[in-house]
Design a protein around this ligand. Structure first.
Ligand SMILES: Cc1cc2nc3c(=O)[nH]c(=O)nc-3n(C[C@H](O)[C@H](O)[C@H](O)COP(=O)(O)OP(=O)(O)OC[C@H]3O[C@@H](n4cnc5c(N)ncnc54)[C@H](O)[C@@H]3O)c2cc1C
Length: 453
């Protein structure tokens, strides 16, 4: 090494020739709820599909992120959203993989190990190939088309060619690398806080729940008081927050935990800070709770999430854009591929009481009237600048407020299902995604159990 090289701020990576490891109809990047919906739907439509995932299991936030519950499928007896998400729930139920939820029936607690197994089976039975431990690393473009994605894993660097690609990375990694314009967070670039969920055992749940109820409606104030009084150690740029514990198996609970602020989910250093902080907070809270909180004497953490719980990062600029106005007016569109009614759920972006109050004032009342839904248009999954890339999941084209509703898992499965079905059609007919016959797409989705109204 030359002496100058050691202090250089950047270096030039030598150009190299990399092998093309395969040719597919559809390649799905990211195996979270959106990626699973996409791979299953595309493979069932007879496309040759590869799903690429950076971890060793599918599920994204629902497994590696340890988010313990699926959001409700709807607010009335007739679910607003259906299709592959319903099949996932039915399969989990058949394996005794749904947790018990006596208090808030509409939320669906999940046994994440059984869920991993359900995803493995669904994707394999549909006929899609899976490549784990592999990160998306770049794209090769020709005009308005992506010709290859570049992947990095233990085998080195490889390219994969496909007719169609689906970006289900949650962070729009593929779209961003392909030059698609995007937004991130609020007008100052601030995003919702990151969480680190965990599973615990040894909790006397009825007693603990009674205690939580006894705190009253100001639970946020209770958590703030715990850290401000020094009962649990304060962590910089973070606040303790534990949403209701869900019984995910007969002997364990899953907790949606912590708010870690100023995390750019597209920056590995920020993500590292977030998981380090979140793990520390989970252990600090359980240590405190064992000594001080009814029902928690024997509590013990079983596992903390290996993926940081990212609520918000990039949202692409699409051909269409879902807005808060669509929510307020329960609007449907000619190209809807699903519908939903989950409330606007945006968490405070800074750890201040003022900000928490502002978020509560701005968003807490934004709930759909029973029986009303909004539609999710296909155009929100299509980047403006590319013809053979769809996005699915929390990186869709939407304004920040609306994103607060459509980011939850049932909607992500539905977007994935639509993107998978549409790319299979486009690959077969050799047309750009925006030229897919929307009636044909909707008909196929309806036959697969998706609700469009
Ligand atoms: C703390 C927290 C609590 C939540 N609570 C709930 C809840 O209670 N109920 C609910 O329904 N929703 C909840 N949500 C929202 C929901 O979990 C997510 O918005 C949803 O999982 C997004 O799905 P997705 O498929 O778009 O992305 P993700 O679930 O994030 O999946 C993305 C996948 O892509 C992979 N990936 C990412 N980048 C790359 C890359 N470069 N190369 C290869 N693979 C890559 C990841 O490993 C991951 O598997 C919560 C979210 C958080 C963070």
């Amino acid at each position: 090494m030359r002496k100058d090289d050691a202090v250089a701020k950047s270096i030039r990576e030598p150009a190299c020739i990399i092998p093309v490891m395969g040719q597919y109809d559809v390649v799905v990047l990211g195996g979270g709820p959106a990626g699973i919906g996409a791979a299953v739907a595309a493979a069932r439509a007879k496309a040759k599909v590869l799903l690429v995932e950076q971890t060793g299991c599918m599920g994204g936030m629902s497994t590696s992120g340890m988010v313990p519950v699926f959001a409700p499928l709807g607010h009335t007896d007739r679910p607003a959203i259906a299709g592959i998400i319903q099949e996932v729930i039915d399969r989990l139920k058949a394996l005794d993989g749904l947790g018990r939820n006596d208090d808030t029936m509409a939320w669906i607690p999940i046994d994440l190990e059984k869920l991993k197994f359900v995803f493995d089976q669904m994707v394999a039975q549909a006929g899609a190939k899976v490549l784990f431990f592999t990160q998306f690393a770049g794209v090769r473009k020709r005009g308005r088309r992506v010709s290859h994605v570049i992947l990095q894993n233990k085998s080195g660097r490889q390219a994969v060619a496909a007719k169609m690609f689906i970006d289900a990375t949650g962070d729009a990694d593929v779209a961003a690398a392909a030059g698609v314009p995007f937004e991130k967070g609020d007008s100052n670039g601030r995003t919702q806080p990151v969480g680190v969920c965990y599973t615990a055992t040894g909790i006397d749940l009825p007693v603990y729940r009674e205690f939580i109820k006894s705190i009253g409606s100001d639970r946020v104030g209770w958590w703030l008081h715990l850290q401000e009084s020094g009962a649990i150690p304060a962590i910089p740029k973070a606040e303790y927050r534990g949403v209701y514990p869900f019984e995910v198996t007969p002997c364990s609970v899953g907790v949606n935990f912590a708010h870690i602020f100023e995390v750019d989910a597209c920056d590995a250093r920020d993500l590292s800070r977030a998981v380090l902080a979140g793990r520390k907070m989970a252990h600090s809270y359980i240590d405190y709770a064992r000594k001080n909180i009814p029902g928690m004497k024997n509590a013990r953490i079983v596992a903390t999430a290996s993926l940081a719980g990212v609520r918000e990062s990039r949202r692409i600029e699409g051909r269409g854009r879902l807005t808060i106005d669509d929510f307020k007016n329960a609007r449907h569109h000619a190209d809807d591929i699903a519908c939903y009614d989950y409330p606007i759920d945006v968490h405070n972006a800074t750890p201040s009481r003022k900000d928490i109050r502002k978020f509560q004032n701005d968003f807490d009342h934004l709930v759909m009237a029973p029986g009303k839904t909004y539609g999710i248009p296909f155009s929100c999954l299509l980047p403006r600048t590319l013809d053979n890339l769809a996005v699915a999941g929390r990186c869709l084209s939407a304004d920040r407020e609306m994103h607060g509703s459509v980011r939850v898992m049932p909607a992500c499965f539905a977007m994935g299902q639509a993107a998978g079905q549409a790319t299979a059609i486009a690959a077969k007919r050799n047309v750009p995604l925006y030229k897919v016959d929307i009636r044909d797409l909707q008909k196929k989705l309806s036959s697969a159990g998706v609700r469009l109204t």
